[in-house]
Design a protein around this ligand. Structure first.
Ligand code: ZN
Length: 669
C-alpha cells in the first residue's frame, strides 16, 4: 500500500448545544463557511455528558441529525455522528442518563463507576445494539465510537471490569475461578513467572472484551448501512492490551469497510506547554500500531472546557501540526463552545486554524504514513504486565513510567521512534524488560541500548548480565553529584558537574560496577565535601553481540539540559546507534525532532522549537548524501539551504531562525 496521503483530513466536532437549537446550528455552519477550508468534515456529538443516554433521547437526537446532516452535506462537507457514550465514562449527569438493571464498571475491590457499564453485560449489549441501529439509520457518512470505550480511568474507579460476569468469563478462559480478592492476590504476589503469566492472561482477556464489543458494533452498523466507515477514538491503552491492529480489523468487518482512527490524550491549556509535546508522543505511540490500511487518522484536539483564554489559537494549531509530525494524517478539532451561546469569541481561533491549514496539508503530504525513526522507549502491547513486577500491587503501577520516561532526551533534539522496527537506539526504564520476550531483549542488546539502573537490574535478573556489562552495587539516596570523567565522549566537558539535588527531587543514584572487560565510566559521583561516592554512575560497554550499551545511574531521565550534559547525551546516543540515527539537533537548543526516511537518501524532518526563545543557528546533522534542503515555515514559505560541512556520515544544515513554539519542515533531497 502506498504511504502517501495527498492532504490532511480535518474535522470539526460539534457539541449538542451548538447543533440542536436551530439558530445556533445556523450560526455554527456560517462560522465554518466564513472560514471555508478550515474543515472537511462536520461531526456531531450525541451528548454533552459522558454516561450513556436513554434510548428515547438518542432516538430523538438521531431523528434531528437525520435532518441536519443533509444540509451540511449540501455545503460540501462530509458529515457524521460521534457517539460520545457507548459504555459510559465518569459519574456525571446520572439523573438524566441510562439507568436500570445494568452492571456498573467494577474495580478489583468491588467499587463501581455508576456512569459506566460493563461491556460484557448482555443487557448493556442489547442497549448498545439498539443505540448503534438508531445512529446508523440517521444516514451519516461515518460513525465515531468515542474513548469511553476503555477499561481504564472511569472515575471514581481506576480500572475495570472485575464484575462477577467478567470473573466468570476469565474462569472459562483461564480455567481458574478467582474472586476479586484472590485475583488481586495472585496478580500481585508469588513467583515472578506465574504472576507475569496471569497478568498477560488478564491483558488478553481485556483485549477480547474490547474485541467482543467492536464485533457487536460492526455487525449492528453494517447490517443497517453496509460499508459505513467506523472510527474509534483512543488514548494510550496499556491496560486494554493496546490491540489497535486487531480492533481495526474487526471494525472493518468482513467486507473491509474503511476504518478511521482518532488518537488522543490530555492537553487542555497553555499553562504547561510541555504537555503539547507529551501528548504528541502519546499519539505517536498509538498511531504506530495502526495498520497501513487506516489512512484517516485525525488526532483529538480538545480545548475542554472550551474557555477561549485557556488555550491560545497558536497552541491549538501547533498541536495539530505536532500530532501530524508524530504520525497522524489529520486532526479533529473539538474546540468550540459547550454552551448554547453566540460564537463570536471563537472567530479568531477558527480564522487562525484556517490560516494554518495549508501547513497541515504540507505536513501530511511530506510525511504520509511513514513512521518516524530514532529513539524508542521499549514499550509494547505487554508493557503493563511488568508494572511493579518484582514487588508491589499491580493496580498501583503506571505503564507511562516505562514508555514516556525519555521525554528530556527527546527535548534536546534526539529524533523519536514509536515502534521497535524504527528504533536506532532503545531507552529502557524500570521493569519493562520483564514484559519482553528473550528475542526482543536480544534485539535491543545487540543494537544500541540506553538503560537506567532499574532496567539494568531487571535485565541482569533475567540473565543478561554478560550483555549489559554492569551491575548496581547499591543506591545512594542523598547528596550525590555527577562528575563527567575524561572519557572521549565527554571531551572538553571532562570535570563538569551535574547536581540533581536529591534533597529536592528524590531519585536514588546508582553505584555501578563493571562486570565485563571493556566497560568504561562516563561519570563518577562525589558528595558536597568532594569525597568520591562512586567511581562510576554512568558507563558504556560494547558486548559480544556487537551491541552498545549505555547505563545511566544518576538522574537518567531528568536534568539533561545543560550544555555539558546535553552534548554528552547526544554524543552518547550517536555512539550507541553506531551513527545510524538519521539525524539530530547538533546545537544547544530545546527542540523536538521527528525524522522520516521515505526513500533511500530522502530525509524529511519536522523540528519544533519548544522554547520561548527563538532558535537561532539551530543546526541539524542529517544522514543524507544531498547538499541541499528545503525548509518550510508555518506559512509554507520555502527557503533552500546548503549543507555547510560534513561530520562523519552526516551533513550539517544550519536552519534559518525558528520562532518560539514554531515548527519547520525540512526536506533533504
Ligand atoms: Zn464486567
Amino acid at each position: 500500500m502506498s504511504h502517501t496521503v495527498s492532504r490532511a483530513f480535518i474535522s470539526f466536532r460539534i457539541g449538542t448545544p451548538l447543533w440542536m437549537p436551530e439558530e445556533r446550528f445556523r450560526e455554527t455552519l456560517s462560522l465554518l463557511e466564513e472560514h471555508r477550508g478550515v474543515t472537511d468534515e462536520v461531526t456531531f456529538f450525541t451528548s454533552e455528558t459522558h454516561p450513556p443516554l436513554p434510548l428515547p433521547v438518542i432516538e430523538e437526537r438521531a431523528a434531528l441529525l437525520a435532518r441536519r446532516m443533509p444540509e451540511v452535506r449540501r455545503l460540501g462537507y462530509r458529515t457524521g455522528i460521534n457517539v460520545l457514550s457507548t459504555v459510559g465514562h465518569h459519574n456525571e449527569n446520572l439523573p438524566n442518563s441510562l439507568s436500570g438493571n445494568y452492571t456498573p464498571m467494577t474495580d478489583i475491590d468491588g467499587s463501581v463507576c455508576r456512569g459506566s457499564f460493563c461491556p460484557n453485560d448482555e443487557r448493556l449489549r442489547e442497549y448498545i445494539r439498539r443505540l448503534y441501529e438508531l445512529v446508523a439509520m440517521a444516514e451519516p457518512d461515518y460513525l465515531w465510537i468515542d474513548d469511553d470505550v476503555r477499561l481504564w480511568g472511569h472515575m471514581p474507579i481506576r480500572c475495570g471490569c472485575f464484575c462477577d460476569t467478567c470473573l466468570a468469563l476469565f474462569a472459562q478462559e483461564s480455567g481458574t475461578r478467582y474472586t476479586r480478592d484472590s485475583l488481586r492476590q495472585a496478580l500481585g504476589s508469588g513467583p515472578l513467572e506465574g504472576k507475569l503469566a496471569l497478568r498477560r492472561a488478564w491483558l488478553q482477556h481485556n483485549r477480547e472484551t474490547m474485541a467482543r464489543l467492536f464485533r457487536l458494533i460492526e455487525e449492528t452498523v453494517h447490517r443497517v448501512k453496509p460499508g459505513l466507515p467506523l472510527g474509534f477514538m483512543t488514548g494510550e491503552r496499556y491496560f486494554e492490551g493496546y490491540d489497535f491492529d486487531a480492533w481495526a480489523a474487526i471494525l472493518a468487518g468482513p467486507e473491509g469497510a474503511e476504518v478511521l482512527w482518532r488518537p488522543g490524550g490530555g492537553f487542555y491549556s497553555d499553562e504547561a506547554l510541555a504537555g503539547l509535546i507529551g501528548k504528541a508522543h502519546d499519539i505517536g505511540r498509538q498511531v504506530s500500531l495502526l495498520p497501513e490500511s487506516v489512512r484517516c487518522i485525525e488526532s483529538e484536539i480538545e480545548n475542554f472546557p472550551y474557555q477561549r483564554l485557556k488555550k491560545s489559537a497558536r497552541t491549538t494549531a501547533l498541536e495539530a501540526a505536532a500530532h501530524i509530525a508524530a504520525g497522524c494524517t489529520g486532526a479533529a478539532f473539538n474546540v468550540l463552545s459547550m454552551y448554547d451561546e453566540p460564537l463570536d469569541e471563537y472567530r479568531p481561533l477558527v480564522a487562525h486554524l484556517r490560516e494554518t491549514r495549508p501547513f497541515l496539508d504540507l505536513l501530511v503530504r511530506t510525511f504520509g504514513r511513514y513512521q518516524p525513526v530514532g529513539l524508542h522507549t521499549g514499550w509494547g502491547k505487554e508493557t503493563f504486565a511488568a508494572g511493579n513486577a518484582v514487588q508491589g500491587d499491580w493496580f498501583e503501577s503506571s505503564p507511562w513510567s516505562a514508555s514516556a520516561h525519555a521525554a528530556e532526551v527527546l527535548e534536546i533534539g534526539i529524533p523519536v521512534a514509536y515502534s521497535p522496527g524504527q528504533a536506532r537506539v532503545t531507552a529502557l526504564s524500570g521493569e519493562s524488560a520483564y514484559a519482553m520476550t528473550d528475542e526482543e531483549i536480544r534485539r535491543i542488546l545487540s543494537g544500541g541500548a540506553l538503560l537506567d539502573a532499574q532496567a539494568l537490574e531487571a535485565l541482569n535478573a533475567l540473565g543478561y548480565e554478560e550483555l549489559t556489562g554492569y551491575r548496581v552495587e547499591r543506591f545512594v539516596h542523598e547528596d550525590c553529584i555527577e562528575v563527567l570523567t575524561g572519557h572521549p565522549l565527554n571531551g572538553e566537558f571532562a570535570g563538569r558537574r551535574r547536581d540533581g539535588r536529591q534533597s529536592f527531587w528524590k531519585c536514588p543514584a546508582a553505584v555501578l560496577v563493571p562486570t565485563q572487560e571493556g566497560a568504561q565510566a562516563l561519570a563518577r559521583m562525589v558528595d558536597y565535601g568532594d569525597r568520591e561516592v562512586a567511581a562510576c554512575c554512568q558507563g558504556v560497554f560494547e558486548n559480544r553481540l556487537g551491541g552498545r550499551v549505555g547505563v545511566a545511574g544518576y538522574y537518567p531521565w531528568l536534568f539533561l539540559q545543560s550544555l555539558s550534559k546535553s552534548t554528552q547525551v547526544k554524543r552518547l546516543l550517536r555512539w550507541l546507534s553506531r551513527e545510524t540515527l538519521p539525524g539530530f539537533v547538533a546545537t544547544f537548543h530545546k527542540a523536538t525532532l521527528w525524522l522520516r526516511e521515505p526513500e533511500s537518501g530522502l530525509l524529511a524532518a519536522a523540528v519544533l522549537n519548544a522554547s520561548l526563545d527563538p532558535a537561532e543557528g539551530l543546526t541539524l546533522l542529517l544522514r543524507t548524501p544531498h547538499e541541499q534542503a528545503r525548509v518550510y515555515d508555518m506559512q509554507c514559505r520555502e527557503t533552500t539551504i546548503t549543507a555547510s560541512g560534513v561530520d562523519g556520515p552526516y551533513r550539517r544544515f544550519v536552519l534559518p531562525p525558528i520562532g518560539a513554539w514554531e515548527m519547520r519542515i525540512v526536506v533533504a533531497q
